[in-house]
Write a protein that binds this ligand. Sequence first.
Ligand code: COA
Length: 198
Amino acid sequence: MTPLRLTGPQLELREVEPADAEALLAIYGDPEATRHLSFEPRTRKQVEAITARSVESAHATPRTEYCLAVTRRGEHRLIGYARLATEPQQAATIGFALHPTAWGRGLGTETVHLLCALGFDVLGLHRIWAARAPLNEASARTLLRAGMTEDGRIRDHVFVHGAWRDSITYSILEHEWVPIDGLDTGAAESGRGGNPGG
Ligand SMILES: CC(C)(COP(=O)(O)OP(=O)(O)OC[C@H]1O[C@@H](n2cnc3c(N)ncnc32)[C@H](O)[C@@H]1OP(=O)(O)O)[C@@H](O)C(=O)NCCC(=O)NCCS
């Protein structure tokens, strides 16, 4: 299943490469893009380590982490970073961030759909969930727009900017997901309805 490539109407998800560090730094090093994330803006060295770990995780057996570059369809440059990490019981958690210049055009929603396509269609998962900061209104609207349901609150979930903060969690089940038109999981076999174990 490596290398993975998923295509949507406007975007693609592809495997991360070491050369993506510069473009990822423009997101993970940016105070605005990381304002509501679980970490403070990253340094170049930290981002290089993240890209290196992302590349490495693609070759793990079994693969439990899918750290992917978000690009515009047909282009190679990373404009976002999307991650799906599998858990026991056919579940996975997702996270995603786009460069601020890409915000407000439906690309966040499409990114969540692409992660659902990966989780449900490629990996045959049953449940996908996400956590957002209470003040992250853009993420709340994006997760709901993609069809997720608010589940609840994890108290003191994350220590960031010198304080504990809660997270609001969302989930979507395999039978609830309504894919948008134009999603293509490529050559990967559909695992929908299958049982990958765990
Ligand atoms: C969250 C994020 C991916 C959204 O991306 P986006 O491309 O702007 O999202 P979309 O254009 O698909 O918009 C989806 C919904 O969010 C709403 N939205 C987007 N930005 C918003 C904002 N700043 N405030 C309030 N609503 C916002 C849109 O209006 C839309 O809602 P609607 O469908 O009800 O009209 C983007 O803001 C981002 O990368 N933020 C930084 C990282 C982050 O917070 N990641 C999420 C971690 S849980």
